[in-house]
Design a protein around this ligand. Structure first.
Ligand SMILES: Nc1nc2c(ncn2[C@@H]2O[C@H](COP(=O)(O)OP(=O)(O)OP(=O)(O)O)[C@@H](O)[C@H]2O)c(=O)[nH]1
Ligand SMILES: [Mg+2]
Ligand SMILES: [Zn+2]
Length: 311
């Protein structure tokens, strides 16, 4: 009989772990307790992504990944024509944006990627210490219609941080993903939420105001919440584009919840709200019931999908 624990590390000899990092040959696995260790992939084709659940077992002195579990969901984007999984099995997505870097088209893309996979999402508006006059908050008013929660915070001054703590302490959210443009302050926020996590942060370059990319690969952190097991918080590298041409037009249309309210009044039941006559969604945009920025994001994504179609 084999002992059920590895005498060297005290870890179970086999079980299920969650991937917190992966290279071609090694995968970092995390147990529900938060302990991480390294395992080898037994096949070259193992396509492990942060958030994946994997079965592992000890063979000799080393841990090996036996197989990956099917994903409950995966946050995907198209990158140079290829569909890429950014993170798997997210229970909550925090779409992070910031005063000075507020780009609703980009935000809408992240929200679409989450909605298509049924991942609950909130918008975190960081750097509100710089929002003189509340302009950024006003720009986000468009999101009250699709009923997306907006959390205005400052990772720098800690204003509003309590609401993020509350979310992270919610037991049903065990895997939480932070995604957003480079420089919005994801890593600064993480350091604030998890003191000692030592997430690398970068300075905004004065020249471009773009913020050079500081986080270059996904990093994962434990968020302690006794007596519950720790939450896994994933800091994605700053993205500068979020291609969605792997989606269908229908998926994208259905990912704009405020369209669904009016869609029933469109002349065509399968209306895509583009050039169709008697379209209640377009009328709602003109009459101010749907935010023009949201509709513009929609048509832009649809155009991208059409442009990527093979002829
Ligand atoms: N004024 C202000 N600056 C902030 C705040 N949060 C972060 N910053 C600054 O914004 C810059 C970028 O922060 P990071 O945390 O590195 O941003 P990031 O989103 O992790 O960037 P990438 O790793 O490139 O994706 C740093 O200079 C931070 O000090 C904030 O709440 N207010
Ligand atoms: Mg970062
Ligand atoms: Zn329509």
């Amino acid at each position: 009989m084999q002992p059920s624990h590895n005498p060297n590390s005290g870890l179970p000899q086999s079980g299920i772990g969650q991937v917190t990092g992966a290279t071609r040959r090694f995968v970092q696995l995390r147990l529900p307790s938060g302990t991480t260790f390294s395992a080898k992939s037994s096949t070259k084709a193992l396509d492990a992504t942060v958030g994946d659940f994997a079965e592992y077992s000890l063979k000799g002195q080393e841990y090996f990944i036996e197989r990956l579990h099917a994903r409950f969901n995966s946050l995907k984007r198209t990158y140079f024509g290829q569909q890429k999984v950014l993170a798997a099995n997210a229970d909550l997505l925090l779409a992070v944006t910031a005063v000075g870097l507020l780009n609703t088209a980009f935000l809408d893309r992240i929200l679409v990627a989450a909605a298509v996979e049924h991942i609950p999402a909130c918008i975190v508006l960081n750097k509100i210490d710089q929002d003189t006059g509340g302009t950024a908050i006003q720009m986000l008013a468009a999101y009250s219609k699709p009923d997306i929660r907006i959390l205005p915070i400052s990772a720098l001054t800690a204003e509003g941080i309590e609401t993020i703590h509350e979310l992270l302490k919610t037991p049903k959210y065990s895997t939480i993903v932070l995604a957003g443009l480079s420089g919005v302050g994801k890593s600064t926020l993480l350091n604030r939420l998890i003191p000692g996590s030592d997430a690398k942060t970068g300075d905004l370059s004065i020249k471009s105001r773009q913020g050079r990319q500081t986080t270059t690969h996904a990093s994962a952190y434990n968020y302690a919440r006794q007596p519950e097991p720790p939450a896994l918080v994933i800091d994605l590298p700053g993205l500068s584009n979020f291609g969605l041409s792997h989606l269908t037009a229908q998926q994208v249309r259905d990912a704009f919840p405020e369209f669904l309210l009016y869609q029933v009044q469109c002349q065509f039941s399968n209306c895509f709200h583009l050039n169709e006559p008697e379209c209640a969604v377009k009328r709602s945009v003109q009459e101010g019931r749907i935010a023009p920025s949201r509709y513009a994001s929609y048509t832009e994504i649809i155009e991208e999908i059409n442009a990527a179609k093979p002829y």
